[in-house]
Every structure is written in C-alpha cells, then in structure tokens.
Design a protein around this ligand. Structure first.
Ligand SMILES: *Cc1c(COP(=O)(O)O)cnc(C)c1O
Length: 383
C-alpha cells in the first residue's frame, strides 16, 4: 500500500500560488536569463543553466516525494547517472549489478571507463560475493531493483551496509519502483536516481532524469556537474513532469492493481511457462520485496510456451498492448527484450540473465484490467 501521505505530497509539493498573479500552477518560465538590478544583484535567478523557477518547483516536488533534502532534474535518466559518476576519479572501482539497465551499462563501459574508472558487473543478490568483491578502491555500489526485465529484487539495506563498511556509497536506480513503492534513502542508500521518462513522467511524451540525496557533500558535487556541464531539464519538460507528479500516486496505485491482475492471468495460463512479478508469492524475491517495497509496481514479464515465431504472432495479435520500447506510461506496452530493449546487451550476458526468444515484458497501463486480460487471452488464442 502506498503511504497515504504521499498522495497529498504528490499533489502539493513544490507548488505555491504565483506571487504576481495568484495563478494556482507554477508558470512555465521559458527564459534563458533574468534581469539584474545592479551587477551581481538579482532575485536568486541569473541564468537558466544554473537555476530556473520551473525546474526549482519540479526539484522541490521530487525531493519531497523521495524523502530527500536535495533533488536535481536532468535532461534524461542517463544524464542524471552521468552527473553522478562524473565525480569519480581514475583508479576508482564501482560494483554494478549485472542486470543493470542496458543504457547504464553502455554509459559505464564505453564512456566513463575510458577515464580510468573500473566498473565490475556482478550478481549482487549474492551478498557474500558482494562483500568479497569490495576493494579499498571501491567508491560506489550501483544497483537497480526491481531489475529489468526479470524483476529480480536486491537487498537495499544489506547492500548499503556492505558499501558503508568500505566507505563506499550506494546508488539505487529507483525507476521501476518509483518513490511511491520504494524509499531507497530511508533504507540506507546514499543516492537515488530515476529516469523520469518512465513512471514519473508517465505519459510517454518526454525524456528526463533526476538524482535525489540527503548527503550534502554529494548534493553539492552533483549540482556542480549539473551547472558546469548543463544537461538540465528545460522549463517545458520541468513543467510537464511537475504536472505528472500530481497524479503519480493514483497512477501507481492503478498500475499495481492492473499488473497484479495481468501477472495472475499469465501465471495461470497454459501458454506461459514462467511469470516474473515480485508480487507473486513464488517469485524468488517476493519476501524481500514485501519487506522493502510498499507495492510491486507495474512491470510483468513472462516466458511464452513457444518459439520466436509464436511469440511474434502473439504480440502482433494484441490490440491494446502496443509493441514499443520504454515503459511506465498510462498506456499498456509490450516489449521483446531480446530483439528490442536488450539487443545491445552482450549475448553471453543476455543468456545468463535469461533473456531469450520467448521472453516478453509487459508495461501494464492504467486501462481497465478486464480489457487488458481479455486482450492477452484473445492474442494467446492465435498461437
Ligand atoms: C530508461 C531507463 C534509464 C535511462 O533513462 P533515459 O531517460 O532513457 O535516459 C535508466 N534506468 C532505468 C531503469 C530505465 O528504465
């Protein structure tokens, strides 16, 4: 269950009536610069790469939702991640969960590793192994939970302890759970990061990212990268995201109800061999998820009984679920990870993670769950 207080926070955080006009909504401050009364004398805003009132309002809302003292909004989820790892130095070592989002792996392996930072990708569900892999040079442990696309659950509190015993920071990509269903900072993580493109945006109409933290030193470091490198959320995107946050709690509640219905339908279906949803009692991470999450969010995956041709037939027959990458929007989407979102993951790792020709990932939207289940059932009749 979503903490009731978050429903109110989602609607009100960061929004004050406009002091000039009384407008209930924060206006879109579509401006690059701000007039100064005298050289260096201004009202707190001088140039929009540094600060912009539309972005300030969004950041205040994001911080309140995540229970953080600081939130910073970026032009994409990956820009937010880059701003974090840009603070590492040559010789630093980072442990990363091996089923991290494909674009995160690509950013670390192909762009950041060039600067002498070593990223080691391992299975972080094995806590003893995690402990053994920590080195004196380990500065950061980077995880995602639930993971994509097999919805594995990692123990945030335990990994925070392991990181802190080594004076490293724990970063949690909280995109799949959202701040409504999981509070990594309260569980001991140092930094939460989001692709706001997904549930927080929620309408498949923008790209954005955010970093939240209670650690002042890291807030300053990341804020400095945001200012110095400039991958900021623009005024219109900031406005749209802030607007989306107002309905986030009701949307997430509906996503979770629908995903639970879809997961149960798939789990019982003769044409499905395995269903992945942390809310199902037989999911390997169910107990841990029940402890550290307040709901199981809206993504469900499954292995279809059949080959790639049968799977293709099934996805083409679906009428409501649209075949597309991305997730977290109000509309239901279906994705074939092997050929779509995870095509860039090296083949041996894909095999290890169980991403094969018969795996499908459903981003369950907020339509009627009856319609969604009827859609799945009629499409299975085709194969
Ligand atoms: C999409 C996604 C990202 C990357 O975010 P962009 O907004 O596409 O840059 C990072 N992590 C997760 C879990 C994602 O789903």
């Amino acid at each position: 269950m979503i903490d009731k207080k978050l429903y109110t926070i989602a609607v009100h955080a960061g929004t004050q009536p406009d002091p000039r006009t009384g407008a209930v909504m924060t206006p879109i401050y579509q401006t690059s610069t701000f007039v100064q009364e005298a050289p260096g004398e201004h009202r707190g805003w001088d140039y929009s790469r540094g600060t912009n009132p539309s972005r300030d309002a969004l950041q205040e809302a994001l911080a309140a939702l995540e229970g953080a003292t600081c939130a910073l909004a970026f032009s994409s989820g990956l820009a937010a991640e880059q701003a974090i790892v840009q603070n590492l130095s040559p010789g630093d070592h980072v442990l990363v969960c091996n089923d991290v989002y494909g674009g995160t792996g690509r950013l670390f392996r192909t762009l950041i590793a060039r600067f002498g930072i070593e990223f080691e990708f391992i299975d972080l569900s094995d806590l003893d192994h995690a402990r053994q892999c920590m080195r004196p040079s380990t500065r950061m442990v980077w995880i995602e939970t639930p993971t994509n696309p097999t919805l594995a659950i990692l123990d945030i509190a335990a990994l925070a302890d392991i990181a802190h015993a080594n004076e490293a920071k724990l970063v949690v990509d909280n995109t799949f759970a959202t701040p409504l269903f999981q509070a990594p900072l309260a569980l001991g993580a140092d930094i939460a990061v989001h692709s706001t493109t997904k549930y927080i945006g929620g309408h498949s109409d923008l790209i954005g990212g955010a970093v939240m933290t209670n650690n002042e030193e890291w807030a300053d470091k990341i804020r400095y990268v945001q200012f110095a490198a400039g991958a900021v959320s623009g005024p219109i995107e900031s406005f749209l995201l802030h607007r989306s946050i107002k309905s986030l709690a009701v949307r997430m509640a509906q996503h979770a109800i629908n995903a639970d219905a879809v997961a149960r339908c798939l789990d019982a279906h003769p044409k499905v061999s395995r269903t992945y949803y942390p809310g199902l009692p037989d999911h390997p991470g169910h107990e841990l998820a029940a402890r550290q999450m307040s709901g199981y969010s809206g993504i469900v995956s499954c292995n279809v009984n059949g080959d790639f041709a049968a799977v293709t037939k099934f996805v083409k027959r679906l009428r409501i679920f649209q075949l597309a990458e991305s997730l977290g929007g109000v509309e239901s989407l279906i994705n074939h990870p092997e050929k779509m979102t995870h095509a860039s993951v090296p083949e041996p790792l894909r095999k290890e993670l169980g991403i094969g020709p018969n795996l499908l990932r459903f981003s369950v939207g907020i339509e009627s769950s009856d319609d969604l289940i009827e859609d799945i059932e009629q499409a299975f009749e085709a194969i």
